[in-house]
Design a protein around this ligand. Structure first.
Ligand code: GLN
Length: 550
């Protein structure tokens, strides 16, 4: 039977609860335990798939095709936990299931209520999130304690704890110790009040993790312990990190977090302390790196870092693989169109991410043309790949007005069209081509060299695809259609062998990159960017290096 950890957040949102939860999972794994990770989100959308990236940040996709909260990206970057549809539940998903049962008559005439019916459904969701054979199931509760919409979840986890054997469930509360510059001190009152709110509901946190800018003094820890009814050694400091978010688990280990959890849950840990040598070596590399390159990310949702979270992380992993720091130049796609390509001058690589909607589309296409014509390494993801196909059709194949059916239903050359099985689809939620699909790579292509294999699997989230009516025209051109999903004959990768590095992929490789296992395309892209920066040192991208580095 798995033990359970519930992680709540207090005082303010954006405390890094997802990152902290991922770090908890990682520390336990590094002590030889198996964990599962789950996020419970109190909003009413059934999943974040229909939400604007400006509202919610990126939509993270799992292998089994769930459109989920971006915190699941942290879980996958830090842990080996298997994530799937039951790893993310929202109020909307819970209510949908309860209402469907009510319509079926499953409640046999009873009045359907928040307690017990919604709370029961939440408890079922928590059980569903536990992967077979894990030692510890970690569930992060979205939102901030005190939010009205979070109440049913807190009530449900309170009940859940009561139903488990004593000592098998623990609560970790992440809170903030604000620093008042004027008086030069950190304040504990918001934490006391937030814990007070939890206790009103019947939840006593067993560990408090305190986000701070400044070191938490011994006295302050004692005071928090006294007022919040948490043992002094279980009041853990989580100070802002200097270099990288990947320092968080190391700092939490130093603060004694995993030891507290192991002791509280009475776990037989295989390792006496979390084994982090490879992780520490990776951090050392980040800290001592001298080299750098600059990558332009040309997108629509540039103002919000979270909108391209996994892409930015995967670029940093590409940097780790190449012992170089990747500086981001965030360029609004619209500006490339209205102000020209000056904003791209001097960059060592151009990445066009996925997206929806027409705004910025022509700017992305201009940026790709610039990359292609100036031999700047280019990497297009999903919509970025589709734009690369449009750009090449227009300017390489002379197919004027080539376009995607998504935005130009009357284009004479719809080189990107709607997938056949999408034609009858009218509902927006959960209806795209989602999740992992296989892809066969052409021998000796850039893709095959980067991956070092001929058969790969990557995650998808799109409705449109390369139009096979144009397959012959492209096949006769220098553009190589180097990756195909064989079962349905869908083009998944395009590349330009004459170019130093030019690749567009229909899938989202960023979801599978980890700091200790950087994704091969991201590693290759950063490698090419470094070569672009210093052609005299690096020469052309050496094929053997590509493989070994990938
Ligand atoms: N809008 C495009 C499609 O649906 C691309 C989607 C994406 O970039 N994720 O096919």
């Amino acid at each position: 039977m798995a033990k359970h950890i519930f992680i709540t957040g207090g005082v303010v949102s954006s405390l890094g609860k997802g990152l902290t939860s991922a770090a908890v999972g990682m520390l336990l794994e590094r002590r030889g335990l198996r964990v599962s990770m789950q996020k419970l989100d109190p909003y009413i959308n059934v999943d974040p798939g229909t939400m604007s990236p400006f509202q919610h940040g990126e939509v993270y996709v799992t292998d089994d095709g769930a459109e989920t909260d971006l915190d699941l990206g942290h879980y996958e970057r830090f842990t080996q936990a298997t994530l799937r549809k039951s790893s993310n539940f929202t109020t909307g998903k819970i209510y949908s299931s309860v209402i469907a049962k009510e319509r079926r008559g499953d409640y046999l005439g009873r009045t359907v209520q928040v307690i017990p019916h919604i709370t029961d459904a939440i408890k079922d969701a928590i059980h569903a999130g536990v992967v077979e054979g894990v030692d510890v199931a970690i569930s992060e509760l979205g939102g901030t304690v005190g939010d009205i919409e979070g109440l049913p979840f807190l009530e449900a986890v309170r009940q859940f704890a009561l139903e488990q054997p004593r000592g098998d469930v623990m609560f970790i509360h992440l809170t903030l110790l604000p620093f008042l510059r004027a008086s030069g001190e950190m304040k504990t009152k918001p934490t006391q009040q937030s814990v007070g709110k939890l206790r009103e509901i019947g939840i006593q946190p067993d560990i408090l993790i305190c986000r701070t800018e400044q070191p938490m003094t011994h006295e302050m820890g004692q005071k928090i312990s006294l007022f919040c009814n948490v043992r002094p050694e279980a009041v853990i400091e989580e100070r802002d990190v200097d270099f990288s978010i990947y320092e968080v688990p190391i700092n939490l280990r130093t603060a004694g977090l995993d030891q507290q959890i192991i002791e509280f849950l009475g776990l037989d840990d295989a390792a006496p302390e979390a084994e982090m040598v490879d992780w520490e070596a990776m951090l050392d590399e980040i800290k001592t790196t001298r080299d750098s390159c600059e990558i332009a990310v040309v997108g629509k949702y540039i103002e919000l870092h979270d909108a391209y979270k996994s892409i930015y992380e995967a670029l940093s992993h590409g940097g780790i693989a190449n012992r170089c720091e990747v500086h981001l130049r965030k360029v609004r796609a619209e500006d490339v169109l209205s102000q020209g390509t000056d904003s791209l001058e001097g960059v060592d690589g151009i990445l066009v991410p996925g997206g929806f909607g027409e705004r910025g589309l022509e700017g992305k296409i201009s940026a790709i043309k610039y990359a292609r014509e100036h031999n700047i390494p280019f990497f297009g993801i999903c919509l970025g790949m589709q734009c690369a196909v449009i750009e090449y059709a227009r300017n390489g194949l002379g197919l004027d007005e080539a376009h995607t059916l998504e935005h130009s239903p009357h284009s004479p050359h719809p080189v990107i069209n709607l997938m056949a099985d999408q034609e009858e689809v009218h509902e927006k939620g959960g209806t795209m081509r989602l999740g992992a699909y296989g892809c066969a790579l052409t021998e000796n292509s850039l893709a095959a060299r980067l991956y070092g294999e001929r058969s790969i699997s990557e995650r998808h989230r799109h409705r449109f695809e390369f139009n096979n009516d144009y397959r012959a025209a492209f096949a006769a051109s220098p553009m190589n259609l180097s990756g195909v999903h064989l079962e349905r004959d869908l083009v998944e990768i395009v590349e330009l062998p004459e170019h130093p590095f030019f690749i567009g992929v229909q899938f989202h490789p960023e979801f599978k990159s980890q700091p200790l296992a950087p994704h091969p395309i991201f590693s290759g892209f950063v490698h090419a960017a470094l070569a672009h920066k210093r052609p005299e040192q690096n020469g052309n991208t050496d094929r053997k290096t590509e493989r070994s580095m990938a």
